[in-house]
Design a protein around this ligand. Structure first.
Ligand SMILES: *[C@@H]1O[C@H](CO)[C@@H](O)[C@H](O)[C@H]1NC(C)=O
Ligand SMILES: *[C@@H]1O[C@H](CO)[C@@H](O)[C@H](O)[C@H]1NC(C)=O
Length: 430
């Protein structure tokens, strides 16, 4: 009944535990109180011989160094880049959305059920304490049971829902408007607790309902948490530690790890630069969305003056945005359903993010997700060899990508479009 969905495993990893305190008996709704938890926590001294915060949630081991930076309005694309992206500073944008039509419409589940109930979404189901699996189910089925079950929705935003979500104005023009990776939707009845993790892309997280508490840690401290990289050269990954019960004998460096905090409520957005570690807890019926966008070493906002009217338009939605990934009919796939040479070159440049090379592992991760819809497809490493053929090195630089010949690009586009199995037979002739 629930097909497994491998491509959402990166989302699954993010939420691994659900508070044991909210484990309700089947049939009883979970505690949806939004204000019962003090954050950051008050730290009590442990009894002698036991380190502070031993077997307590992350945050009880050392006091927060303070709130992250805050601002009141969604900054212009230019200011967003200068003050936060380039400076690599997380920021809480208070009341970025004071008023949205969906605050009324999505306030209870009936509208969602009626309008989007038949859409397939990706839902994470908690089986045992830490064993979580991802399933595709209709939104209707999720909404019927999420208050009782240990389920949360962690899905790329289905295309049909894009028009109801606002397109953050800071991303509507300039370099980053062309580097949007994907939009994700999160929904639960509260009591979720994530792993400590980081993303290879910048992340703008906006809360529409409920409350979310973030613990934010500079990536230079990742080794204090037994950090596991997502793949070689990813620059992102997660810590396998149980964030609700930190073993301070084993991970004693946590007491020397500075952290900052942020609490988001309706209309607040958090910008988290790529690489920052974060751990997230949610309270109450919660819905939020995130927009992931690729880091860049350059910034150009010359298109912003031309797009000025559009940018100010309050009702621009995510349906107006162009992403790398789309979610159609429960399937995570490339936004462009047909790969073409200029699109491929552009996607490869995005894949490089702010680094100077793409390695096989990065390409593999991307290619496998792109051709996941084909029952059989060519090996990613084989495709990567075709991309790097004749270069004399086993990575791709920005220049290498610019110089790919049209014939080679066309050949590789074909592999993206049909999985490459047919092509494989005639490979020797080329
Ligand atoms: C969605 O996918 C399922 C299974 O792959 C298929 O049976 C169904 O027809 C699809 N629905 C739409 C609207 O494309
Ligand atoms: C959702 O998935 C089911 C089963 O795969 C399919 O029958 C249905 O058409 C899908 N719904 C939509 C709106 O795509």
């Amino acid at each position: 009944m629930f097909p497994m969905m491998d491509h959402t495993s990166h989302l699954v990893l993010i939420f691994l535990t659900i508070f044991t305190s909210t484990l309700a008996k089947v049939g009883f709704p979970k505690d949806q109180n939004m204000d019962a938890h003090t954050f950051p926590p008050f730290i009590e001294r442990a009894s002698s011989g036991i380190p502070d915060g031993h077997l307590r949630p992350l945050g009880f081991q050392k006091r927060s160094s303070g709130k992250i930076s805050e601002t009141l309005e969604m900054p212009s694309p230019h200011m967003f880049y200068i003050k936060y992206i380039k400076a690599n500073i997380p920021v809480l944008i208070h009341e970025a959305y004071r008023d949205l039509p969906l605050y009324k419409k999505w306030e209870d589940d009936s509208y969602l059920k009626e309008k989007f109930g038949s859409l397939n979404v990706s839902v994470t189901v908690k089986r045992q304490m830490v064993k979580h699996t991802s399933h595709t189910m209709t939104l209707k089925k999720f909404l019927l049971d999420y208050v009782h079950e240990e389920w949360y929705l962690a899905s790329a935003v289905p295309m049909e829902m894009m028009a109801e979500l606002p397109f953050p104005s800071s991303l509507r023009c300039g370099t980053f408007s062309k580097r949007l990776q994907e939009a994700e939707l999160w929904m639960s009845s509260g009591g979720t607790s994530s792993l400590l993790h980081s993303h290879e892309d910048h992340n703008l997280h906006c809360v529409l309902f409920g409350r979310k508490d973030f613990i934010i840690i500079d990536e230079k401290y990742k080794n204090n948490f037994d950090f596991k990289e997502k793949y070689f050269h990813a620059g992102a990954g997660h810590s396998p530690l149980n964030m609700d019960m930190v073993n301070m004998f084993k991970y004693s460096n946590i007491k020397h790890t500075p952290w900052n905090h942020a609490t988001l409520r309706q209309g607040d957005c958090l910008f988290l630069p790529a690489g920052y570690l974060h751990q997230v807890r949610s309270y109450g019926r919660g819905i939020s969305f995130t927009v992931l966008f690729s880091p860049s070493n350059e910034f150009d906002s010359s298109d912003c003056s031309r797009k000025d009217k559009d940018v100010k338009k309050a009702d621009s939605s995510l349906a107006d945005a162009e992403f790398v990934w789309a979610y159609r009919n429960g399937s995570h796939e490339l936004y462009h359903d047909k790969m073409e040479p200029n699109i491929l070159q552009n996607l490869l440049q995005l894949l490089m993010r702010s680094k100077h090379e793409i390695y096989r592992e990065q390409f593999e991760h991307f290619f496998d997700a792109a051709v996941d819809k084909f029952p059989e497809h060519m090996e990613a490493s084989e495709v990567f060899s075709q991309l790097t053929q004749g270069l004399g090195h086993d990575y791709l630089t920005k220049k290498d990508i610019d110089r790919l010949s049209t014939s080679r690009l066309l050949r590789i586009c074909k592999i993206f479009n049909d999985g490459g199995k047919k092509f494989k037979k005639s490979k020797d002739e080329l």
